[in-house]
Structure formats: C-alpha cells, structure tokens
Design a protein around this ligand. Structure first.
Ligand code: ZN
Length: 285
C-alpha cells in the first residue's frame, strides 16, 4: 500500500514538474533579459570606432614621408560650410579644435554639424571648455578647463581626439605642461609658427597659421621643404571668408583651395592625416 502511495506521489511530482518546466524556463529567460535602463544604456553607448589596420610595410612606407594636417580652431560655422566641403572634394579629413561652451551658439557649429564631421572621420580636439588664456589660470583651473572639455567630448562620443589639446591663443605655461602629462594627454598644438621637426616635443607642436596676409607661394615652399626633410606641417585656420577682417582671423576659401590642391598634387610624397592619425603613425600615445 505504502509503495503504491509513494508511486502516486512521485507521479504527481514528476508530471507537475513536466507541466511547469516550460513556464520555469521562459520565466528564467525573461529574468535574464536586460531591464529597460540597461537597454537605454546600450543605445546611448558610443559606436565602436573604425580602425584601419595597416600592414607593417604600409606603415613603414608612410613613416618615410612628410605629413600634412589641416587643423581648424574654435569650431566656426564656416569651417563646416566652407572648410569641410573644400577638403571633402579632395577626400581629405581635417581636425577641429572644439570649445564645448561655444557649440550651438551664433557663428559656431551646431552639435549636429560636429556629429557629421566626426562620423566622416574628422578629429574633434580639445580647445578647452571656455577658451581662456591658460597661462593666466591656476594649475587647478587649467586642469578643469582641459578635463571639462575632454569630458564633454567623451560624453558626446567624440572620443578619438578628446585628449589632444590646442592652447587657446597659444597660451600655456609650466603648469599646463605638467597638467597635460599628469592627465595623460597625447599631444598639444601651439601657435608657434613653423614646420614641426621630427622628434619635437609632443606638447609644443608647431603650426603654419593661414592668415589673410599669408603668401601662397611661401606656403608652397614650406610644403616642398617638409617633403624634402620628411617633416610635418600642421596648418591652422580660423573662419573662412573672402574679405580679411581686422583681427586677421579669417582666410579666403579660394586661397585655401589653392593650398589644398597643391598638397593634393604632391600626394605621392606626403601623407594627409588627421591629428590623431599622425600621432598613431608616430607611435605617440
Ligand atoms: Zn581658439
């Protein structure tokens, strides 16, 4: 009798388990699915960055050439409406030094324009949060200016060049250099005029500022010089306008086109890179 009872109990237990099993399984699946907040975090996460993998030979070939980098300071709207289009016609990418507090304000680029540039492979570099003379600030304030802009860039998924600084007004001091080192910045560009020598200080990168007074023939000579010595030219532009302004902060788009075309004609002898691509090539991290 007892045995019979046990058999019935077992039978009931087994059959109820068999009935319940599919539900248990599905509820387990439901539990393992991400919650809504997790789902939201996933969608707001940044897209993985595309990395072009070059062979050892390709890298070596590139390392034996001069480099040209087109940087543009402040994120002016004409850099998008003019500069971006001129470079795009030639399949060239540039590098913009962004001031987060100026984004979406009059005369400056919008966030959506910055997104277009970044997704086209352009670098968005760190031009500090509010564009003050760094040398006039305390070390603590400098750190907050630099890291504030880096955080803003990173939060908008503009990570590629957020740790490359461009000094506002070219202003820096020993505290700036120390801060860059301590906070692991990759490089910084000055406004010191000239071709960047190989093995130059990575926090004192030189530039050739394109101003209304700049002679195009002289620029072409500098490009030829850089090619001969396999050095680097970092061009800097501000606004693109035909007429020179008082501050000399603009450049005629037609003249810019002439320079871009000249660089393009020397393509076999030089690399046209974004700032971060240049650092990658130089092995600067
Ligand atoms: Zn600036």
């Amino acid at each position: 009798m007892l045995d019979k009872k046990l058999v019935v109990v077992y039978a009931i237990l087994i059959s109820s388990f068999l009935i319940a099993y599919p539900f248990m399984k599905s509820s387990a699946l439901i539990l393992s699915e991400p919650t809504k907040t997790e789902e939201l975090m996933k969608t707001t996460k940044c897209r993985p960055q595309k990395n072009t993998v070059l062979s050892h030979q390709e890298i070596q070939k590139m390392q034996n050439k001069a480099n040209i980098i087109f940087t543009m300071d402040d994120g002016w709207e004409t850099q998008f409406t003019q500069g971006f289009h001129i470079l795009k016609e030639n399949g060239i990418k540039g590098s913009i030094a962004v001031i987060p507090t100026k984004v979406d304000t009059e005369g400056y680029m919008s966030l959506s324009q910055l997104n277009t540039l970044y997704n086209s492979g352009w670098d968005l570099m760190n031009h500090t949060n509010t564009h003050r003379h760094l040398s006039r600030l305390s070390k603590k304030q400098q750190k907050s200016e630099l890291n504030g802009a880096r955080t803003w860039l990173n939060n908008h998924c503009f990570k590629r060049a957020s740790n490359i600084a461009v000094y506002p007004y070219g202003s820096y001091n020993q505290d700036t250099l120390k801060t860059l080192q301590e906070e692991h910045y990759r490089s910084a560009r000055t406004i010191a005029d000239g071709i960047q020598p190989n093995n130059g200080n990575k926090y004192l990168v030189r530039t050739i500022n394109l101003l209304p007074s700049t002679d195009i023939e002289w620029v072409k000579e500098q490009i030829d010089k850089a090619i001969n010595k396999r050095q680097t030219i970092v061009f800097t532009n501000h606004r693109f306008e035909q007429k020179a302004d008082k501050a000399q902060m603009n450049f005629d788009p037609a003249k810019f086109k002439t320079i871009v075309n000249y660089v393009e004609s020397k393509k076999d002898n030089l690399n046209i890179l974004t700032y971060s691509e240049w650092l990658d090539l130089k092995g600067i991290n």
